[in-house]
Design a protein around this ligand. Structure first.
Ligand code: ADP
Length: 309
C-alpha cells in the first residue's frame, strides 16, 4: 500500500476538497434549495461553510498527528534517559569491580601477607570477577532476546529437585549476609516426578529473583517455593527486604529501571535482571509479577504452564 507523508496527504485532501467544492457546490445548492431565494442565501454562506468544515477537518487531522508525534517524542526522551542511566550504571558496574581487581591484585604482591589475608584478597578478586561476568551475561541475554535467538528447550525435569538444587548455589551468600534462606519442595497435585519445562530458563529466572532477594534483604528470611495451581505451576520468591513502592511494581520489569537511582547506587546491578526474567517467562508461556509493601519485603511470582511428558 502506498503511504503518503502526512503533509502530502493534507495538501492532496485540501486540493481534492477545494476542487470538488468549486466544481460541484452549485449543483449541491440547486439540489438542496430548489427555491431561488433560499439558493441565494446558500450562495452567500457557501464559502463560509466550506472554510469552517475544512478548518474542523484539518484541526482533527493535525491533532491526531501531533498526538502521535508527541507520544513518540516522549517515548524517545524516556528511552534516551533510560539509556543514559544504563550507560552510567554499566560504567559503574565495570569500574567498581575493576578497581577491586586492580587494587587487591596490587595488595597481593606484598610478600609479608599472612595466608588468611591472601585468601581474603583472592576472594575479593573472585567476587569482583563474578560481578563483571553477571553484567556481561545480562548484556548477552538482552541482545539474544532482541535478536530473537532465545528458543524454548523443553525436557523432563524433577521440579522439586531443580528448586532445591539452587540452595547450594545461594547458601554461602545468605550465610555471609546473615539471612535465612529456605527452599521448599514443590506442592500441589501432580508435582511428584518430572514436568516438561525449560530447565535453563527456569533456573535463570529463579536465580535472578533469588539474587535480587539476597541483594535487597539485609535481615530476616528468603523463601523459595513452588506449587501447582490448575494448569500452571507458580514459583515464588519471598523476602523480608526493603520492598518496592506500589507505583513501581510494574515498571521494574522494564529495562534499566531501578526503583531509586540514589539508593540503588549502594546496590550493584544495571537494571536488566527483571527485564530478562520477564522475557524468559513470556517465552515459556507464563506471567511474572511482584507484590510488595515498601519496607516490609517483596514477593515475586512467576508461572509456567503445567505440562507432563
Ligand atoms: P538490578 O540489577 O538493579 O537489581 P533488576 O532488573 O533485577 O535490576 O531489578 C530492577 C529493580 O527492581 C532493582 O534495581 C530494585 O530497585 C528493584 N528490585 C528488584 N528485586 C527487588 C527485591 N527483591 N526487593 C526490593 N527491590 C527489588
Amino acid at each position: 500500500m502506498i503511504k503518503f507523508r502526512f503533509e502530502y496527504g493534507m495538501i492532496l485532501i485540501y486540493l481534492l476538497l477545494g476542487s470538488g467544492w468549486i466544481l460541484f457546490s452549485d449543483e449541491l445548492t440547486e439540489l438542496l434549495a430548489p427555491n431561488p431565494e433560499v439558493a441565494a442565501h446558500f450562495q452567500t454562506y457557501k464559502g463560509l461553510f466550506y472554510v469552517f468544515v475544512t478548518a474542523l477537518l484539518f484541526y482533527g487531522f493535525l491533532r491526531k498527528h501531533l498526538q502521535k508525534l508527541r507520544k513518540a517524542e516522549e517515548k524517545a526522551l524516556e528511552s534516551d534517559r533510560l539509556k543514559s542511566g544504563f550507560l552510567a550504571n554499566v560504567s559503574h558496574e565495570i569500574r567498581t569491580p575493576m578497581n577491586g581487581v586492580m587494587g587487591f591484585a596490587e595488595l597481593l604482591k606484598d610478600e609479608s601477607l599472612t595466608n588468611e589475608q591472601r585468601l581474603e584478597y583472592i576472594s575479593v578478586i573472585e567476587r569482583s570477577g563474578e560481578r563483571m561476568l553477571d553484567l556481561i551475561n545480562d548484556i548477552v541475554n538482552i541482545s539474544m532476546i532482541d535478536t530473537g535467538q532465545v528458543r524454548l528447550h523443553l525436557s523432563n525435569v524433577d521440579t522439586s529437585k531443580l528448586v532445591t538444587s539452587l540452595a547450594a548455589l545461594f547458601e554461602p551468600a545468605a550465610i555471609e549476609k546473615g539471612v535465612s534462606l529456605k527452599f521448599s519442595p514443590c506442592s500441589g497435585d501432580g508435582m511428584v516426578g518430572n514436568l516438561l519445562l525449560d530447565r535453563e530458563k527456569v533456573i535463570c529466572v529463579l536465580s535472578i529473583l533469588i539474587k535480587n532477594a539476597l541483594k535487597y534483604t539485609s535481615k530476616g528470611s528468603i523463601e523459595v517455593s513452588c506449587r501447582r495451581e490448575a494448569d500452571i505451576v507458580r514459583f515464588t520468591v519471598k523476602d523480608s527486604g526493603i520492598g518496592i513502592p506500589e507505583g513501581q511494581l510494574e515498571a521494574i520489569f522494564n529495562r534499566f529501571v531501578q526503583v531509586n537511582m540514589s539508593y540503588t547506587k549502594t546496590y550493584d546491578g544495571a537494571g536488566l535482571g527483571l527485564a530478562i526474567a520477564k522475557s524468559f517467562v513470556e517465552i515459556m508461556g507464563g506471567k511474572i509479577w511482584a507484590e510488595s509493601y515498601q519496607g516490609s519485603g517483596s514477593i515475586f511470582n512467576f508461572t509456567i504452564p503445567y505440562k507432563t511428558s
